[in-house]
Design a protein around this ligand. Structure first.
Ligand code: ADP
Ligand code: MG
Length: 387
């Protein structure tokens, strides 16, 4: 066990993560490959990361005993999702190095604070208004409609969002949300979506992956494609520069993903950020010489950050629980993995979730290959085989 603040934390030490989902599982895999022990804290007794970790603390995120056990086991602590209570991170930070900091997580978990941060950093977002009171609702200007009403907190994968065309629909939607704090965002005509993942060290050094092009279906990421030819250079560079400003503005330490909307006129607006590795960066495990999860380990441990180099074009296909129900049977049926794995350059990741459910992220496929064309052809075959 190292003393608090004693960096770098070298292999042989134990790295802790709050959250036991698939992102925590892939963090644990990366840490273990480098010779670290891992400890996961998650309220679920049977979590994807808990299953592969050396230690699994089964407790609520705000439970002081659970947090004390984590601090006792781990030499440093990170998080795999943004809805961990910020006070829990503050509590842990008294005893151990914690990254990202509670202050950054607190901003990322509240769309109102997040958009204010983007604006402070000079990065434009979609036109929006805050709705916390009936008076603010009544004062909404017409140009924000049609729009999307998003709850300020706890939204993910399109949950907590309602599309509204008229003022009457807006009023109804806000009431349906329970009149919780929300933002109303103007519905923009998107040319495409992209994201940038970067890692920032304690010394302020930033390394980043290339901008990724993302396709969402029903508010959930479906496909990520990464190749220099799939978006204008100016858009890719603009996204990288904005992501860096946002990370610097937070004094951020750790891996950060920033999502953007590219509009038809070539302009770019920021959508949201995730203070952790991101679904759109899973391809980095096979297509880059350092993955987003290894960079999370390195930033947490205070190790040097290697600038990533992508060595293969890549396409990532998310595997949602729906794929287990394509045969029409009521019981889940495993997708045709043998046929999919017969394709070249296919990398299958399943997260060890026992119960497939529609909309649930069960795993992903990454496809790599010599050319973007060959990767696209294999990805479309894989998608067809999966139904
Ligand atoms: P989540 O936190 O659920 O990922 P997002 O705010 O990223 O929520 O929205 C999910 C998806 O909905 C986006 O990736 C995009 O496809 C669509 N979307 C969100 N906001 C807008 C908008 N203002 N205009 C057009 N599409 C949007
Ligand atoms: Mg999103």
């Amino acid at each position: 066990m190292t003393q608090n603040g004693d960096l770098p934390i070298l292999p042989g030490a134990t790295l802790g993560v709050l959250g036991g989902g698939q992102l925590g599982r892939m963090f644990a895999h990366a840490a273990q490959r480098m010779g670290y022990f891992t400890a996961v804290l998650d309220p679920d007794a049977d979590s994807p990361a808990g299953r592969v970790s050396h230690h699994h603390i089964h407790s609520d995120y705000a439970d002081v005993d659970g947090l004390a056990r984590l601090a006792g086991l781990a030499d440093a602590v990170t998080t795999e999702f943004e809805n961990v209570p910020a006070p829990s991170l503050e509590h842990l930070a008294v005893a151990r190095p914690v990254s990202p900091a509670a202050s950054a997580i607190a901003i990322a978990q509240d769309r109102i604070a997040e958009k204010a941060h983007f604006t402070r950093c000079g990065v434009p977002c979609a036109p929006y208004a805050v709705i916390e009171t009936a008076a603010q609702l009544a004062a909404i200007e017409d140009h924000l409609l049609p729009g999307i009403l998003k709850t300020a907190r706890l939204g993910y994968d399109g949950k907590g969002q309602q599309r509204v065309k008229t003022r009457a629909e807006l009023v109804e939607a806000w009431q349906a949300s329970g009149c919780v704090p929300c933002v109303l965002e103007k519905l923009l005509p998107l040319e495409f979506e992209c994201s940038v993942i970067l890692a920032r060290g304690r010394d302020g050094q930033i390394v980043h992956f290339p901008a990724q092009r993302n396709l969402h279906r029903d508010g959930i990421l479906a496909v990520t494609e990464v190749h220099a030819l799939n978006m204008p250079k100016t858009v890719a560079q603009g996204a990288v520069n904005s992501a860096k400003s946002i990370a610097n503005g937070l004094g951020y330490v750790g891996v950060l993903c920033v999502e953007f909307f590219a509009l038809a006129d070539g302009s770019l607006v920021v959508n949201e950020m995730a203070p952790r590795p991101h679904n759109s960066g899973h391809y980095t495990m096979e297509a880059c010489d350092v993955s987003q999860f290894e960079l999370q380990v390195r930033t947490l441990a205070g190790l040097p950050l290697a600038p990533p180099r992508q060595h293969s074009p890549a396409i990532m296909l998310n595997l949602l629980g729906d794929l287990w129900f394509t045969s029409g049977e009521e019981k889940p049926v495993s997708p045709r993995w043998s046929d999919v794995l017969a394709l070249p350059g296919v990398h299958l990741h399943l997260y060890g979730k026992i119960e497939p459910r529609p909309g649930r992220k069960m795993g992903h496929l990454t496809l790599t290959g010599a050319t973007l064309e060959s990767v696209r052809a294999n990805a479309s075959q894989a998608a067809q085989l999966l139904g």
